[in-house]
Design a protein around this ligand. Structure first.
Ligand code: ZN
Length: 309
């Protein structure tokens, strides 16, 4: 039977109809309106639009799932807190369930994307996987035995908020030294800006001027073209990525650790440069080692994972 997967973001709501083979057979996107009632209205409209695209009725759909930013209580169907959506204790899944007259599950967007990768992307055919998203922040999802591990209260798996530097850089969560403060695009941009000010004659600086801004790509562009300052930033940035990845591997020994999010668009270059930094930090387990790779589904992971909850 078909399921509906909804990826709720601060900017857009993307929804898809997923078949038993975990293929997206219909898809639609709308802008995210302000307020819970308006969001539920848009989700209902999306559900009808997907059904009409596929020539189905709502009653033909098995269930729906929502991936949402913020702290989620999956058991209560509730967004406990989301800075992005300006939500506190909003029973979003319950509200949509009443509208659509079907079961609606909800989970944290990073957890949900990991579930999508596990079922239909890089994690097909394996038993345990951790997905790390390197974007504006650092998100993640831990999938053990086919299920998301999210703690007793639904809020576990926040890999971005383990510290990699005691008393380090301030993090958006209020703690200092979190992995997110170093391995996110935000952290990378901070390191890039600092290197530009120390190296005014570098290619790194001229790339930033050409593009009109410093982004998460600036240092990688410079490093790929052989610039010493760009290379130094990439080396430092990846050493932090490797540190957190080693923590996760040593703790969980998952069959796979995959990287998604905007910075993972650097592709195999990112993995190839990071692996030599990662290996010495791993607890030695012999020949059966975690495979470190890139996620495969991109934005579809959130939609498929939401449907698979
Ligand atoms: Zn934090």
């Amino acid at each position: 039977m078909m399921r509906i997967g909804i990826d709720l973001g601060g900017t857009n709501i993307a929804a898809g109809l997923i078949d038993d083979g975990m293929e997206i057979v219909a898809q639609d996107t709308v802008r995210t309106p302000p307020g819970a009632d308006a969001i539920v209205n848009e989700m209902e409209v999306l559900a009808h639009s997907l059904c009409s695209q596929a020539g189905l009725r709502l009653s033909d759909i098995e269930c729906a799932g929502i991936g949402s930013p913020g702290a989620i209580d999956p058991r209560e169907g509730m967004v406990v807190y989301s800075n992005n959506l300006n939500f506190r204790n909003v029973p979003l899944a319950v509200m949509l369930s009443h509208r659509l007259d079907m079961t609606v599950h909800i989970g944290n967007d990073a957890n949900v994307a990991a579930l999508g990768e596990f079922h239909a992307g890089a994690g097909r055919h394996i038993s345990s996987m951790i997905m790390v998203t390197l974007g504006t922040g650092v998100g993640g999802g831990i999938v053990l035995g086919g299920r998301i591990y999210d703690g007793f209260n639904g809020m576990g798996g926040e890999v971005g908020h383990m510290a990699v530097v005691k008393d380090g850089e301030p993090c958006s969560c209020g703690r200092n030294g979190c992995w997110e403060a170093y391995a996110s695009a935000t952290g990378l941009i901070r390191m890039t800006r600092s290197a530009i000010s120390r190296n005014p004659d570098s290619l790194l600086k001229s790339i930033a001027i050409d593009k009109g801004k410093v982004s998460g790509r600036t240092a990688f562009l410079a490093a790929r073209r052989g610039d010493a300052a760009g290379n130094e930033v990439v080396e430092k940035y990846l050493s932090y990525v490797a540190c957190g990845a080693a923590n996760l591997i040593n703790l969980f020994q998952p069959e796979m650790l995959c990287f998604g999010g905007g910075i993972s668009n650097e592709g195999q270059y990112l993995i190839d440069r990071m692996l030599p930094m990662l290996e010495p930090e791993l607890y030695d387990v012999g020949d059966r080692r975690t495979r470190v790779c890139l996620a495969e589904l991109g934005n579809d992971a959130g939609i498929i994972g939401a449907a698979m909850m």
